[in-house]
Design a protein around this ligand. Structure first.
Ligand code: SF4
Ligand code: MG
Length: 322
């Protein structure tokens, strides 16, 4: 089928500030992540805070330069593009942030916040741009008359609609949504998720949907990837991941989540130990310090993603494959 985005062995390392007499070290925030997203698909990316999911999203959009690996958009290597070429593609690749308030300039009226991306890309006259602003406000479920107001006049849910309008106004193909509903009340969350799904249908959007919340991801995703300490540990179609999680980490996350199927009577798996310091990830399988099934080989050999069945279900764990 039609692949829009391909991520191959993506890496993002951050230098760690140390004392001058200590050797330099790095945090491997993203350490060899590969996946692809089809046109019109939603790929959910989940994991605990600090697992590298947000960094993955930012590196894909080239808001951060990758340390290694490749990002291909419509078959083109984003990594090799000139600044001008990348600017041309910016329109097609947009982001929605977690905290709509922090991402909206409080001194700017909504119409200026929303027409700014059009202006930056040299699209239309001011009058044409303001007309587009009114249209996009209607599309995200706010009236065009809101254009003259300031961000503080809106509720959290309304502000996220404005954040979505801003990412949508350039008519992108791919939207990276980074915890777009995490700051909102549960009742508002489902409204925003429904809006995102409606917009996806209406405009043929493709989403990379990042969240720490498995129930949110379940609602909106076609496939789900699970990250742990900078690595993708499981990747599967939603039905398959939630019905038969293969990685012990995914199993633990699901057993703790309220979305777990109550009929399944899945026993809650309590993980021992904290998430290790990402500057010093455990050797072998990075999850071995917390895994209830860890074996000797897990401490030494890093597992790679392998298919567990014929339906695009992949897992990086020595319990599977071979
Ligand atoms: Fe657990 Fe070993 Fe699988 Fe890692 S590779 S998840 S330590 S069983
Ligand atoms: Mg994050």
């Amino acid at each position: 089928s039609d692949v829009l985005l391909q991520v191959r062995e993506l890496k993002k390392y951050f230098p760690v500030q140390k004392k001058w007499f200590q050797p330099a070290s790095v945090v491997k925030a993203v350490d060899g992540v590969s996946f692809s997203i089809r046109r019109g698909e939603t790929l959910g990316l989940v994991g605990e805070s600090g697992c590298g999911k947000s960094t993955t999203g930012r590196v894909i959009l080239h808001l951060l330069p990758p340390t290694g690996g490749e990002v291909l958009y419509k078959g083109k290597h984003l990594t090799n593009l000139s600044a001008a070429e990348l600017r041309g593609l910016r329109k097609e690749l947009q982001i929605v942030f977690q905290d709509p308030y922090a991402s909206l300039d409080p001194r700017m009226k909504i119409r200026d916040i929303l027409q700014e991306p059009l202006e930056i890309h040299g699209i239309g006259s001011r009058q044409e741009r303001l007309k587009k602003v009114e249209e996009i406000l209607e599309i995200v479920g706010l009236g065009g008359h809101y254009a003259n107001r300031y961000p503080h006049e809106f509720s959290g849910g309304q502000r996220q609609r404005i954040g979505i309008a801003r990412s949508l106004i350039l008519r992108p193909s791919l939207i990276v949504a980074d915890e777009p509903v995490s700051a909102l009340d549960v009742s508002i969350q489902s409204q925003i998720l429904n809006l995102l799904q409606d917009l996806q249908e209406q405009f043929g959007l493709t989403y990379l949907f990042i969240s720490h919340d498995l129930s949110v991801v379940k609602h909106i995703s076609d496939r789900v990837g699970v990250m742990y300490l900078g690595r993708l540990v499981e990747l599967a179609p939603k039905e398959s991941l939630y019905a038969s999680p293969a990685h012990p980490y995914t199993q633990a996350l699901l057993s703790a989540a309220p979305v777990a199927n109550p009929d399944a009577k899945r026993q809650r798996i309590i993980l021992t130990g904290d998430v290790p310091n990402p500057a010093h990830p455990p050797a072998g399988c990075a999850f071995h310090t917390r895994c209830p099934h860890a074996m000797e080989t897990c401490k030494v050999v890093r597992p790679t993603l392998k298919a567990v069945d014929g339906h695009e279900h992949f897992v990086a764990c020595h319990l599977h494959g071979e």
